[in-house]
Design a protein around this ligand. Structure first.
Ligand code: SAM
Length: 272
């Protein structure tokens, strides 16, 4: 690839949870801009020995854009935590690239949402229990970013699985918001706090909405923590339609309950 700014999802923290494409872009980069406050240093093991590595933790957008300006012909990687499409602050950078005529691409990453669900060992969309996941946050100091209709109250009323980012520093405010009418959650609704999912010091705490603030405080984390809420986090699940013999789809005919679909398509990897 020639000169390009690659906005790469670093994944949730473990260096082997970056995508192959993301690691390849890091390996070929002339310049890597990364935030040491959000991305573990271990991710830089994918970077080539001659790359210029710039820590953006103390930088403004203007400072970062100056780095891009200084390397018009370089292969630049801007490393963002998780997947850049969620709270990545990339849109303002993409707009700049468009305005400047700079080539860019986005390389997706494994979001902390997926890593937290994996750490918890749960599917977030359990049939008949929850079929929607709401990704949201408390307003905090950036309350002007929050559109008026996007209140936690509005989302809690659905009873869907909630993934609350960027809110670890306000445990009481979060717990109160989750229980305020017309919330569908109760004090007994399952909740979980996942701190630094996939990092060596990962913490996973299963709790309830009623004990959430206490559980959050007990982790000691004020950043890099995700809160999951909803009935999908606990209990057995009814079986899904997708693999039910009575449910036909484009790749499988309906079969009698208790029977199999017939011979599965099995072959050795690497052979046509
Ligand atoms: C600026 S946002 C970036 C989110 C990121 N784009 C993603 O897809 O995960 C940072 C917030 O994401 C969450 N987060 C990021 N990495 C995390 C991890 N490894 N474990 C738990 N939460 C994480 C926390 O809520 C943190 O405050």
């Amino acid at each position: 690839m020639t000169a390009c700014i690659s906005f790469v999802g670093a994944g949730p923290g473990a260096p082997d949870l970056i995508t192959l494409r993301g690691a390849e872009r890091l390996g070929r980069a002339d310049v890597v801009v990364w935030a040491s406050s959000l991305v573990p240093e271990a991710l830089l093991t994918h970077t080539g020995p001659d790359a210029l590595v710039v820590d953006s933790a103390t930088m403004t957008l203007e400072d970062v854009l100056d780095v891009y300006r200084a390397h018009p012909d370089g292969r630049i990687v801007r490393l963002h935590s998780g997947d850049p499409s969620l709270y990545g602050a990339i849109q303002e950078q993409l707009d700049w690239c468009e305005a400047q005529g700079r080539a860019y691409e986005i390389v997706p990453g494994v979001s902390s949402l997926a890593a937290a669900a994996a750490a918890l060992g749960r599917e977030l969309t359990v049939p008949e229990v929850a079929q929607s996941v709401v990704v949201t946050r408390l307003a905090n100091r950036t309350h002007r970013s929050m559109p008026a209709g996007e209140t936690l109250g509005a989302f809690c009323a659905t009873g869907a699985t909630l993934a609350v980012f960027l809110s670890a520093a306000r445990p009481e405010a979060l717990q109160s918001a989750l229980l305020a009418p017309p919330s569908a959650y109760t004090e007994a609704t399952p909740a979980a706090v996942v701190v630094r999912a996939s990092w060596p010091d990962e913490q996973v705490v299963a709790t309830t909405v009623g004990s959430l603030a206490e559980a959050m405080r007990a982790t000691g984390a004020t950043t890099t923590a995700l809160v999951l809420v909803g009935p999908a986090l606990e209990g057995d699940a009814p079986r899904s339609h997708l693999y039910h013999p009575g449910f036909a789809h484009g790749f499988r005919r309906r079969s009698a309950p208790g029977t199999t679909a017939g011979r599965p398509a099995v072959r050795r990897a690497g052979r046509g």
